[in-house]
Design a protein around this ligand. Structure first.
Ligand SMILES: N[C@@H](CCC(=O)N[C@@H](CS)C(=O)NCC(=O)O)C(=O)O
Length: 211
């Protein structure tokens, strides 16, 4: 399979999941600002929305949206146990994937990372976001991971919470979230993905300077 990704973006959740499964995949870097594939070609021809991640399956199907791609990866590599096998467990996984995607990724951290968003809007977003983080804090205060074991939802949440380090919303007021993040950053799959993507991110910054 081929993963279209941008360094340190939400697509890193899929890279982490692939590493958890020890799966082989081709990683295709995208400049989401320029909407170009770094090695050449328009990314809009792959995904008309210009968003990462996108995943090309071995059968040639193109999948988009984190929640869908992550579940596809979990199902493709069942030995990695990245999604619960029972019906209710799968619904709980979807519940968390939706929560992360809508309440944290897009409407909170995604908006805070948007340099063009007005300051007053960011203040309002932080105000609303605090409630979401407190809700999550209560859930994680008694648990190591979102469900009974590390799942694709944790790969996604770890990726998104990692952005808190560069926004005006550090996790200092949420000790369970901070502990969860630090614990997962030490997982081999996460540490490997992060090391590789930080290096690619630095190269992306250099490339943009000369462009
Ligand atoms: N709903 C999408 C959102 C994906 C998304 O926001 N991707 C960001 C990176 S984290 C992106 O590609 N941004 C580029 C842009 O907004 O043009 C999903 O869950 O996959």
């Amino acid at each position: 399979m081929e993963l279209y990704f941008s360094p340190l973006a939400c697509s890193m959740a899929t890279r982490i999941s692939l590493y958890e499964a020890e799966a082989t995949a081709t990683f295709i870097e995208v400049d989401t600002k320029a909407k170009r594939i770094v090695d050449g070609g328009s990314y809009l021809e792959v995904n008309a929305l210009g968003l990462v991640p996108a995943l090309r399956t071995d059968n040639g199907e193109l999948l988009t949206e984190n929640a869908a791609i992550l579940q596809y990866v979990a199902d493709a590599f069942p030995h990695a146990k990245l999604a619960p096998a029972d019906g209710l467990g799968r619904v709980r996984l979807q519940q968390w994937l939706c929560f992360i995607g809508t309440e944290l990724h897009t409407s909170l951290f995604g908006a805070l990372l948007d340099r063009s968003a007005p300051a007053a809007m960011k203040e309002y977003i932080i105000h609303k976001g605090r409630e979401r983080l407190t809700y999550l804090e209560r859930h994680l205060a008694q648990r190591e991971q979102l469900l009974d074991a590390f799942s694709v939802a944790d790969a996604y949440l770890t990726t998104v919470l990692n952005w808190s380090q560069t926004t005006a919303l550090p996790l200092t007021g949420w000790p369970a979230l901070e502990a969860y993040l630090q614990r997962n950053l030490r997982r081999p799959s996460v540490a490997r993905a992060l090391t590789e993507e930080i290096a690619l991110y630095k190269r992306q910054i250099e490339r943009r300077k000369v462009a």
